[in-house]
Design a binder for this molecule. Structure first.
Ligand code: ADP
Length: 443
């Protein structure tokens, strides 16, 4: 009996010992695993931080490069426009046109790079405003017809009768997609024609506007039909060297179309031509009135006359930009008086001494930047008793959304990109002057 009890005690002791031993091993294994997990987590965190840092760096780099390139580009394209507008020798026309075209091409590349990174970062927004698709097409054909005629191509458009005149959409992005497709069509076609067709269709029971760009050019091999919509994809790299191009255009078009709930595809045959088609959901615009856009010279001159004699404070440190804005403003606004300030501090001082109708504010300036100057001007206005709100328009080479937002936050009313189209300069100034006149009438 004693033996059995002893045996049992020994057995229990062995079991307890084994349990302790296993527990210990298990504990040290768990702690080993925990260490490993901790190590992996910190490795992963470091990796994420590194990726975020490089994303931020990329964004910062792109924003800065874009700003730095845009500033001299603004001077080049603006001065070329002034030279074309003023008297010049007949033989100089083609050189001026070449500079103008090259500047425009460079700007397209720059905008494509910026757009691509904005889309990638999910920061590109699509507008929903009234627009006239037929007008966008006819304006585009007019702009591109020179390039087509130079290559001996016919560029035509066909708009289905009865197409809704006004729809809701993003006119700038629609123009961008069509410009891209039509420019490619002209680029990759040596003889024959390019045609832009717009009609209404129904896809999956939904009304869509269908835009097609058809050419009789080199066509696309069947195995490349899908991939050409991907970033940096080109059928033939050597052709791109000849014609120029980054391989970004179609991928941007695809993403812009898809962001609007549409689709894009191509039908093509090598040696016979291609038809790029995209469809966007049709939203008919009920509203009758649409803001008239300043598009041609006569309208610009009329807008300019309505603002004759206004006094503008131009805060700008770049000498070329001052020359350019002064020349453009005096050309279109009769009797305009322009006072320049070389930095934000001087702008605030001038604002205190003089009565202006409008302020054009550069953003990056020495001593005090445009944001601070604008917010100080708004503070000065609050201390006045006449309650006048002088429009401040930012002029900026940075088109980043958070920087534009910051302009509005500090009290600016609008912005003009650099390089600007003359319609943007005169149109925006006119819009703000009218608004300020109307508010004064109400007071
Ligand atoms: P890019 O034109 O700047 O090279 P895109 O993304 O606009 O970039 O076009 C990608 C490629 O698709 C072009 O390089 C070309 O090989 C092909 N492609 C585009 N449009 C056409 C067209 N209309 N005809 C023939 N090939 C085309």
């Amino acid at each position: 009996m004693h033996y059995i009890v002893l045996l049992l005690i020994i057995l229990v002791l062995i079991l307890v010992f084994t349990w302790f031993n296993e527990r210990h091993t298990l504990k040290s294994r768990i702690s080993g695993l925990q260490d490993e997990l901790h190590h992996k987590t910190s490795e992963l965190t470091a990796q994420i931080e590194k990726t975020e840092k490089s994303e931020k760096y990329k964004e910062f780099f792109l924003a800065n490069m874009s700003h730095e390139i845009r500033t001299p580009m603004h001077a080049i394209s603006g001065m070329t426009n002034i030279l074309r507008r003023n008297e010049h020798l007949p033989g100089q026309v083609r050189y001026l046109d070449a500079i103008h075209q090259s500047a425009e091409n460079l700007l397209v590349i720059l905008n494509d790079i910026l757009d691509s990174s904005k889309i990638e970062a999910g920061k590109l927004k699509i507008d929903e405003v009234p627009m006239e698709p037929a007008k966008i097409i006819t304006d585009l054909v007019e702009i591109l017809s020179l390039r087509a005629t130079d290559k001996g191509l016919s560029l035509t458009h066909e708009i289905e009768p009865g197409l809704p005149e006004r729809v809701i959409g993003d006119p700038i992005r629609l123009n961008q997609i069509l410009t891209n497709l039509a420019s490619n069509a002209i680029k990759f076609t040596e003889q024959g024609s390019v045609q832009i067709i717009c009609k209404q269709v129904t896809a999956d029971g939904q009304g869509m506007l269908q835009y097609s760009v058809k050419d009789s050019g080199i066509g696309i091999p069947a195995n490349k039909m899908e991939t050409i919509f991907e970033v940096f994809e080109q059928v033939d790299g050597t052709l791109s060297k000849k014609f120029g191009g980054t391989g970004l255009g179609l991928s941007i078009c695809k993403q812009l179309v898809e962001m609007q709930g549409g689709e894009i595809f191509v039908v093509s045959k090598e040696g016979e031509g291609s038809t790029f088609t995209f469809r966007l959901p049709l939203i008919i615009c009920e509203k009758e009135s649409m803001e008239p856009k300043a598009t041609d010279e006569q309208i610009l001159e009329k807008l300019g006359r309505q603002m004759s004699g206004i006094q503008i404070l131009l805060a700008e440190d770049n000498h070329f930009n001052i020359m350019l804005a002064t020349d453009d403003l005096t050309h279109y606004i009769p009797g305009v008086r322009i006072h320049t300030a070389a930095n934000g501090k001087m702008a605030v001082e001038s604002f205190q001494q003089e009565s202006y109708d409008l302020v054009l504010m550069d953003i990056q300036m020495p001593e005090m930047d445009g944001y601070d100057a604008a917010s100080q001007i708004r503070q000065l206005e609050q201390n006045r008793d006449d309650e006048r709100h002088i429009p401040i328009i930012a002029m900026t080479a940075s088109l980043l959304e958070h920087e534009i937002d910051k302009c509005y936050k500090v009290g600016m009313d609008n912005y003009i990109p650099k390089p600007y189209q003359i319609e943007q300069l005169i149109g925006t100034i006119h819009e703000e002057i009218q608004k300020s006149r109307n508010t004064r009438k109400e007071l």
